[in-house]
Design a protein around this ligand. Structure first.
Ligand code: GAR
Length: 203
């Protein structure tokens, strides 16, 4: 039987990307399994999704820690205690310390709702509309210490339509996020990603 890589997911909110990953991992042939979901926000809907899927959950409220380093150390300890090999950030809305990102370098993915390197940070859909771009989308990338940076594994583009609002555009992008994240996790879990000069090459 093929070994499935153990995945930990960090969330803060509704968890629709978590759901896409849970659904993908429900197939025993998928090369990864989710062993732990951690939220920094108590009561996040993502936690309910994990519980329904029978996956262990933890709430680690960032407010209970004196600084980012202490919070990240608690995340790190919980992930290691669960023997996690790959970390996925799925709507996790906290900046991570360089120490944490270095410790998980090459083994941590993030999904961002824009075609990086355009529109890093927040309010990506509104900014895309204001910029008048005709294509927008999402990116799954390996996490480096810089915000919304790092080698790109998968991108999906959608058209920006006349009359789009941030909400209508977000919904179109979100559908693609749910395709992109399982695809990227599969590539990483199958060991098909090598990084050269900040570029991911897919075997
Ligand atoms: C997603 O659109 C994700 O790309 C975005 O937050 C949303 C979370 O939704 N992430 C970021 O903006 C991180 N920079 P979800 O909780 O339903 O997956």
């Amino acid at each position: 039987m093929r070994v499935r890589r153990k995945v930990g997911i960090l969330v803060s909110g509704r968890g629709s990307n978590l759901q896409a990953l849970l659904d993908a991992c429900a197939d025993p042939a998928f090369p990864a399994e989710i062993v732990l979901v951690i939220s920094n926000v108590a009561g996040a809907y993502a936690l309910e999704r994990a519980e329904k899927a029978g996956v262990a959950t933890l709430t680690i409220p960032h407010k209970s820690y004196p600084d980012r380093a202490a919070f990240d150390a608690a995340l790190d300890a919980a992930l290691r205690a669960a023997a996690v090999e790959i970390v996925c950030l799925a709507g996790f809305m906290r900046l991570l310390t360089p120490e944490f990102t270095r410790a998980w370098a090459g083994r941590m993915l993030n999904i961002h709702p824009s075609l990086l390197p355009s529109f890093k940070g927040l309010h990506t859909h509104q900014r895309a509309i204001e910029a008048g771009v005709k294509l927008h989308g999402c990116t799954v990338h390996l996490v480096t210490p810089d915000l919304d940076d790092g080698p790109i594994l998968v991108q999906k583009a959608v058209p920006v339509l006349l009359g789009d609002t941030p909400d209508t555009l977000a919904a179109r992008v979100l559908e693609q996020e749910h395709q992109a994240y399982p695809e990227a996790l599969r590539l990483l879990a199958e060991g098909r990603v090598t990084v050269t000069a900040n570029r991911a090459e897919i075997a």
